[in-house]
Ligand binder design. Sequence first.
Ligand SMILES: Nc1ncnc2c1ncn2[C@@H]1O[C@H](COP(=O)(O)OP(=O)(O)OP(=O)(O)O)[C@@H](O)[C@H]1O
Ligand SMILES: [Mg+2]
Length: 447
Amino acid sequence: MPGKNEKHGKEVILVVDDNRITCEVIQRNLEIEKFFVFTAHSVNDAIQILSKQTIDLVITDYKMPKHSGLELIKYVRDHFQDISIIMLTGYGSINSAVSAIKEGADEYITKPFTDEELLDAVKTTLQKQKEKKIDLLRLYNDSWTRFGIIGQSESMLEVYSKIEKACNNDAIVLITGENGTGKELVARAIHYNHKVRAIYPFIPVNCPGIPVNLFESELFGHVKGAFTGAVEHRKGFFQAAEKGSLFLDEISELPFELQAKLLRVLQEKEIFRVGETQLKKVDVRIVAATNKNLEDLVEKGLFRQDLFFRLNVINIDIPPLRGRENDIILLARHFALKYAKELGKDEPVFTDKAIAALKKYSWPGNVRELENLIHRSLIMNDKDIIDSVDFPDIMKFKVHYDHRLNLSLEDMSKKYVRDVVQQTGGNKAKALKILKIDRKTLLKKLS
Ligand SMILES: Nc1ncnc2c1ncn2[C@@H]1O[C@H](COP(=O)(O)OP(=O)(O)OP(=O)(O)O)[C@@H](O)[C@H]1O
Ligand SMILES: [Mg+2]
């Protein structure tokens, strides 16, 4: 099998077929057309190659012993969004073609096929892939220059299109997402790209930070003498945000008795300043955010259903970082560049181990955790390299599983042991400590 450095910038194709002759014929034909070709005779072999090589296109047979081509498609779609797939199906098996496309194949060819048919399909699929990459790049550049947001996963593209919508009207927006996913970033993007409101203030309000007894005064303002300590007139957040946007962060933490007061303002769009009987109209765009599931809180009687309905007009749900492998790397590079500049360093290079560790980790603190990790790595490290040795242990020893491979318990435990040994860089003493087994068992598992 040829090595990585022999590819010389050619497009790389992996051909998977249990029939060696079919594999060889396809390989020869594609090599004549100046493609670089790997071959595999089983899904497991294909997965091995995919984990080591950068592949542009997978051509796979449907029927193979043990694992089918369909399982390979699933694997590729779960792990590598950018790789195109062509499925080879038997004559008349339209059902398998349909399931292949459903699972994410880009194209299928029915056997028997001519050399031209195969070549046509390969060229069209690769061309489409190129166009898709250019489109994505455009969208990605847009999201950064317009919104200051990094990410090109499909779930983020949906976020961008909702931000876009929110910028063209005044509907209330409810932003949901785990800690550190970028809720405030999205709220600001909505405000600063609004066609009218952008030049007016964006006022963030941390709901749990307001003492209950001062809530009305803080939000709606008060007049001089309204209560002890009210020595002069004071504008509330609503008036401060006039013509702009009010960002009600952590809205789930708003005490129940205050929820009714907020609801009234959202409905009537007018406020009473404390100590005043005259109503004042307010023109404010409301953006609320929460990391809790408001529907659950409504069910438990902790959040008013009518307020929830009022808030949930445009819901932007920001996906967690885990699983968005490409976004993790884009964000890591973005933060590396940002903090390198700040620290007067050169842009660091990420080692393969660092990239693998970043992709595998589950990121409970999402983008904020990633940002802090990269910042810390740059401060701690004198070199222009980011390596997994700089990462906390919890990230280094996290092992990734693929449950769909149907491994037996014995095989799974062997795989786990091998993974741990690999993650510890072959340091058996460290591996023994993590695995809590003796050396003999370790060697048996590795055999
Ligand atoms: N997609 C992204 N691109 C670039 N930076 C991001 C992205 N998402 C989050 N960040 C950065 O991560 C940090 C956390 O984001 P933000 O404060 O908006 O998250 P949050 O969801 O409001 O967090 P919390 O739930 O803790 O309030 C910020 O420094 C923000 O700029
Ligand atoms: Mg926040």
